[in-house]
Design a protein around this ligand. Structure first.
Ligand code: BDR
Ligand code: CA
Length: 311
């Protein structure tokens, strides 16, 4: 299995990514760090513990990392994820404890303890990862690659041109991109192909397990937010695509292109600029996701909920 550290800000789609990472035997989840993004870092850490507890996974450490972006103030995604960051279902007290380390040190310790390079999957703002690379530059050698949910080859969501994870901390995203560690970017252009349509919800409902019911409640809340904020008929399940792509690279096609992060921009701060057609003479520096194989993706995601529900 592929050793993975998951850096996240649950978040409804992060929650589903956690389930996929723990359910699929191709992934060896070594640690979960959380970051401020969809909600405050305290809330995202609690939510990660809630999801692991629901999945019955108690051996994976969870720690809270950076509580604000490298520069500027935090603007949470409560208009999508609610006051708790995971609105919808009622949760009990999680069995999974909070690791006392700072999330960035949990990542560092996990990399240092591994006997092979570890893949980092980053599905929130990139503050923890940029901070890790600043504090522990030698860790670059210990990271196989970073698979990121962030940006778009098209336009944005949080602002017209910028996607939420990148615009929340554009400096962090730029530092991670320029770090020399290989990166793969799953943007909105891919995740908007992963819509939780009624037939998907029906398949999850039909599993009939307590976990499946929680998932339906989560996805129903997420769907109403997306309808309200952007008029979507069905919400896009961004974050788990990163994990699905690691499990089965055929889930997504990608191109190796020149990529830049707009850190200035009067109206476009946080936009990702992917030079898909080689117009800019930029050396290719990143893998940028393009086309999702929807059937493969949903089979993996729903299969994970089924596996965990049966446990
Ligand atoms: C990203 O922002 C968050 O709201 C989601 O969890 C996802 O990581 C999508 O723009
Ligand atoms: Ca997220």
């Amino acid at each position: 299995p592929i050793p993975v550290i998951l850096d996240c800000d649950p978040g409804h789609d992060d929650a589903m990514a956690i389930l996929l990472a723990v359910a699929n035997p191709a992934i060896d989840l070594r640690a979960v760090s959380t970051v401020a993004g969809n909600q405050t870092v305290e809330k995202t850490a609690l939510n990660a513990r809630r999801m692991l507890s629901l999945a019955g996974v108690t051996g994976v450490p969870v720690a809270a990392g950076c509580d604000r972006p490298l520069t500027g103030t935090l603007e949470v995604g409560d208009y999508v994820h609610g006051e708790s960051g995971l609105d919808g279902p009622a949760f009990g007290e999680p069995d999974v404890p909070l690791d006392p380390r700072h999330g960035v040190e949990l990542i560092h310790d996990t990399l240092a303890a591994a006997d092979e390079p570890v893949t980092i999957v980053a599905i929130g703002p990139l503050t923890n990862i940029a901070t890790l690379l600043r504090r522990h530059p030698e860790d670059r050698e210990r990271i196989r690659q970073i698979v990121i949910m962030g940006g778009s080859t098209e336009r944005g969501n949080h602002t017209p041109y910028a996607e939420f994870n990148i615009v929340t901390d554009p400096e962090a995203a730029a530092e991670v991109l320029d770090s020399g560690v290989p990166t793969t970017w799953v943007g909105l252009n891919v995740s908007h192909q992963a819509l939780v349509t009624t037939d998907v919800l029906d398949r999850i409902s039909a599993l009939g397990t307590p976990l499946a019911r929680v998932c339906v409640e989560l996805l129903t809340f997420f769907g109403s937010s997306y309808h309200q904020a952007w008029g979507f008929e069905a919400p896009p399940l961004h974050d788990p695509i990163t994990i699905a792509y690691l499990i089965d690279p055929q889930v997504m096609t990608y191109a190796r292109v020149g990529l830049r992060i707009e850190v200035e921009g009067k109206y476009t701060r946080g936009a990702t600029v992917a030079d898909l057609h080689g117009r800019m003479d930029w050396e290719p520096n990143a893998n940028v996701g393009l086309i999702l194989d929807r059937d493969r993706f949903w089979d993996l995601m729903i299969g994970a909920i089924e596996t965990l529900g049966a446990a």
